[in-house]
Design a binder for this molecule. Sequence first.
Ligand SMILES: Cc1cc2nc3c(=O)[nH]c(=O)nc-3n(C[C@H](O)[C@H](O)[C@H](O)COP(=O)(O)O)c2cc1C
Length: 338
Amino acid sequence: MEYSEVIKNARTCIGPYCQACSICNGTACKNTMPGPGAKGAGDLAARNYMKWQEVCINMDTICGQKTVLTELELFGRKFTSPFFAGPVGAVKLHYGDKYTDQEYNDILVSACAENGIAAFTGDGTDYNVMIEATKAIGKFNGMGIPTVKPWDLGTIREKMELVKKSGAFAVAMDIDAAGLPFLQNLNPPAGSKSVEELKEIVKMAEIPFILKGIMTPKAALKAKEAGVQGIVVSNHGGRVLDQCPATAEVLSSIVEAVKGDMTIFVDGGIRTGIDVFKALALGADAVLIARPFVTAVYGGEAEGVKAYINRINAELKDTMSMCGAFSLLEIQRDMIWS
Ligand SMILES: Cc1cc2nc3c(=O)[nH]c(=O)nc-3n(C[C@H](O)[C@H](O)[C@H](O)COP(=O)(O)O)c2cc1C
């Protein structure tokens, strides 16, 4: 299946808020929430995308010819590529009736696992979402990362039990979900967590714990103090607070503060293998791509996901070979221009 066909199919079933654009750049959906857009004026998803486009590649083909390898090892697991499907919850609300979260996660987790990468799964007020997501991950030898919302500690403890039962190799928490309206004013209260609370959550997890929603070196250092094993530099695709910088704008300063201490992921507007290359050149260990995987599932289910993964991987390999980087470790800062 060609990716263009995936997009064409998605347009017939994904509405009404998502236009399944050929380039998912945050413009057509802008401030649609519900929908896949961004909060407030809705500019941040587009800014995320644009700031990667401003980074250019420094081509250099005076080098030997070798096979390009994109394999990556993280938390004791091997992956064919340094990109992961990002968590997307409440797909019925945001993308129409075609799939429940359970159906969406089943397709995404299995298709990613079959193609050598892993999917992060989302969480929601419906308890079944986490139950079914962890079941899907369990079926694929723990090849997936459940992303737990920052509920109260009692609820987190319950959800961590589901995570552990699934054999997931890591677990994440979108700490920035504090900005989602449905998480506010809950009783017991959900949302932001102190370093002390995070230390307790890390202990509960017992597997590598990734904190998603880090946008400053200061927050990265707090995550480090809490003992987390990974961070995702993310502004939640602009969905939790308007007028933040793009992730491409803050990545370098965060890398400078904590590189080597924790695994650094980044997301937000990464759409091609060239963008993946730029993120790695800026110091990320791996990236998450969220919205385009939704289009891939709606437009072609497992085949759509496979087509998208193959496309990103081919673009990444092409960029690496054009810069003389034959493994991910050989991707260096001087291979980009910004
Ligand atoms: C409709 C929608 C639902 C999302 N749900 C979640 C979620 O449940 N958990 C989470 O951590 N992030 C969630 N995100 C944020 C994404 O994981 C990701 O951080 C963001 O979309 C930026 O990546 P992208 O530009 O590649 O989409 C959601 C994003 C969208 C558009």
